[in-house]
Write a protein that binds this ligand. Sequence first.
Ligand SMILES: CC(C)(COP(=O)(O)OP(=O)(O)OC[C@H]1O[C@@H](n2cnc3c(N)ncnc32)[C@H](O)[C@@H]1OP(=O)(O)O)[C@@H](O)C(=O)NCCC(=O)NCCS
Length: 328
Amino acid sequence: MNILLVDKGLETADASAVRALAARAEEQDGTAPLSGQTLLWLSAQASVVHALAHDAEGALVGYAQVDVGGDEPSAELVVDPDLRRRGYGSALLDAVAQVAHDRPAAEGKHAAPSHGAYSVWAHGNLPEAREFAASRGLEPARELWVMSRDVTPAVGTVVPGGGAPVEPATEAEVEYPALPDGTRLRAFEVGRDELAWLDVNARAFAGHPEQGRLTRDDLQARIEQPWFRAEDLLLLEDADSGALAGFVWVKVVDETGGELYVVGVDPDSQGRGYGHLLTAVGLAHVAARGLPRAFLYVDADNVPAVTTYLRAGFETTARSVRMRSTRA
Ligand SMILES: CC(C)(COP(=O)(O)OP(=O)(O)OC[C@H]1O[C@@H](n2cnc3c(N)ncnc32)[C@H](O)[C@@H]1OP(=O)(O)O)[C@@H](O)C(=O)NCCC(=O)NCCS
């Protein structure tokens, strides 16, 4: 077995091989081993190190990506479903530990020395991943939830007697929630709103390890994605000053559902019910796009956010666990 470390964007063929491997694992495991951000970083210029595991014939059998841009290196790791229990996962984890040891959060602007500590995400919290991580001395440190709910029939459609309407809504029938006086809602404008959005995003997610450190380049990379539509990133602003108070960003990659990709409220505007409002706006927007379900990712210990989503009718449908090593 051969592990190759690459610290620039992968060649197209390697990136395709990783995507194919991740797709095979998802089919087998019922959960995607690599997150959307990790897939974006396969071929982009980013603060990540790629570890590619090949068999003797040179076929890709496993992959890990180590994000060294944060406070502490964090990785995602996958082994071909047909080739597990042969030590590939362990070899990749050794490579992750080595990267963490050699480059402890080297490029993070706000990085503190992590003394070789690192973590690995176990998406879906699969039993084999838990066993694997436990066998390697990793411990659960952070839990991320997928929460979802149906949006068919349309949110905002008033149903007499509370019964379920029979017809799914068309775009024209979806009612967006009423806005408080003095506020207005409009779509993001590319080329105009980037800096204001980044500022509110950084302030709203100041305590969040990934979302809070999104850069202009990260935002641009999202804007250039095929799924990006400016009209799906809705800005709530003060009607007089135009100051951005919060936003809800809906991401749609297929017909199965719409993701409430990011909901953020400026700390100065928190406590006014804008979180509930923007969640309801996001749900209406998913319905307006004709999609049957809405889903989102949230930190399990983010009580204000989880409470907001529970009250909006979301349920927890999947869990990912960050498994942490304290010392490489
Ligand atoms: C988790 C994963 C990366 C393990 O890869 P792997 O190549 O099978 O791992 P290894 O062969 O190096 O296994 C090392 C040890 O982990 C434990 N382990 C791994 N899979 C296990 C399973 N299904 N049941 C029990 N223990 C398991 C064992 O102790 C194993 O040693 P052993 O085979 O000598 O008993 C792989 O199952 C995978 O890709 N899962 C989906 C993605 C994922 O969840 N990634 C997050 C990892 S934290």
